[in-house]
Design a binder for this molecule. Structure first.
Ligand code: KDG
Length: 338
């Protein structure tokens, strides 16, 4: 239940495609093939969402667009898959916004610590005007952003000690996603962060290369991190959206009808995925404790202290991204809560 380098080495090997037990349609009858790849494994709601996308697209096109689904980084890590989309050698991937910021730095705004108060507010902002504005920016990178899906609120795990407040971060080596804002925020909190692709993470935790990592409960449980991590805290420090993206080269080659089917399917499958994801994240904290992890609750005061500490990092990145855009995100959050 973890990802191995071996799987990554097999990237592109079609025999690897796991189409969820085989759909109704055959690839040889299709005009177009979409290779859709994700980093998380086949138990994760992200993969269930990808299978839902497959089902919708294949049935709406009567099998004329065939969807091959790959999980566990079989086609590579988030960055590699985005580059493959740019080159036209892969059609779909669904990365977190954090690694997308290396392509379009404005995406960092959605990864500001403690930005979204809850998932519903995130939905409204991401599905609204400012969310669309960010998706449109991907076009300069030959990527088409079709919808936001959900990774969720990130929580900290580690193998060293209970983390209840900021002092407990001191010196912990924590794997973060490959994103400068995440790195700077964890440095500010006193941790010793190190960026790493998701595909390397299980082994790094197992071998003790890093003490900890942060991901939503669903990932922590479904990827088996509880086997190599003893402590979990509900830091909820960052809300991670996913972006469902398509290679522009591929998308431009589709008829308008097919473009509409693909883009509607990304949204519809996303609704299904968000719901499944929320159920999973609600359910799995208890499972983690059943597996023997010690759960530490972060008090409101401790969370406020973390928020105050990372504020200078938020200010710095707001300057880089552009205060105007950042202000519009805050306004949209306020509006969503009214
Ligand atoms: O499929 C998405 C994953 O590759 C990745 O974005 C998950 O949150 C993630 C992480 O920690 O890398």
């Amino acid at each position: 239940n973890n990802t191995s380098n071996e799987e990554a080495d097999n990237a592109g090997d079609e025999a690897n495609a796991d189409n969820g037990g085989g759909g109704e349609y055959a690839q040889e009858d299709a005009t177009h093939t979409i290779r859709g790849g994700i980093g998380l494994n086949s138990d994760h709601p992200q993969y269930q969402g990808l299978l839902e996308f497959k089902e919708i697209v294949e049935s709406e096109t009567d099998g004329d667009i065939f969807v091959e689904t790959y999980h566990s980084g079989q086609l590579g890590d988030d960055r590699t898959m985005m580059e493959a989309l740019q080159l036209g050698s892969q059609e779909v991937t669904i990365p977190s916004t954090a690694p997308i910021a290396n392509f379009v730095n404005e995406f960092s705004v959605f990864d500001f610590p403690f930005l979204f108060p809850d998932s519903e507010t995130a939905d409204e902002v991401l599905d609204g005007e400012v969310g669309q504005e960010l998706l449109d920016m991907l076009e300069d990178q030959n990527l088409i952003g079709l919808a936001y899906w959900e990774n969720g609120f990130r929580d900290l795990t580690n193998s060293e000690r209970e983390v209840a407040s900021m002092e407990d971060f001191d010196g912990l080596t924590i794997r973060t996603m490959e994103n400068d804002l995440h790195l700077d925020a964890f440095r500010e909190l006193g941790a010793n962060p190190t960026p790493m692709a998701f595909t390397e993470l299980f082994t790094a935790l197992q071998q003790g290369t890093v003490d900890g990592q942060e991901n939503p409960y669903a990932t922590i449980y479904l990827e088996g991190f509880y086997e190599v991590q003893d402590y979990v805290s509900n830091t909820h420090h960052i809300y991670s959206p996913f972006v469902f993206m398509v290679s522009q080269q591929f998308y431009d080659g589709l008829s308008e009808d097919y473009q509409q089917i693909v883009s509607d399917a990304a949204v519809e499958a996303g609704e299904f995925q968000r719901e499944a994801n929320r159920e999973a994240n609600d359910e799995y904290l208890e499972e983690l404790q059943n597996e023997g992890m010690t759960f530490t609750e972060i008090s409101d005061e401790a969370r406020q202290e973390m928020q105050d500490t990372v504020q200078p990092v938020i200010d710095e990145y707001s300057g880089e991204i552009g205060q105007d855009l950042v202000d519009r995100v805050y306004e949209a959050i306020e509006e969503a809560q009214q």
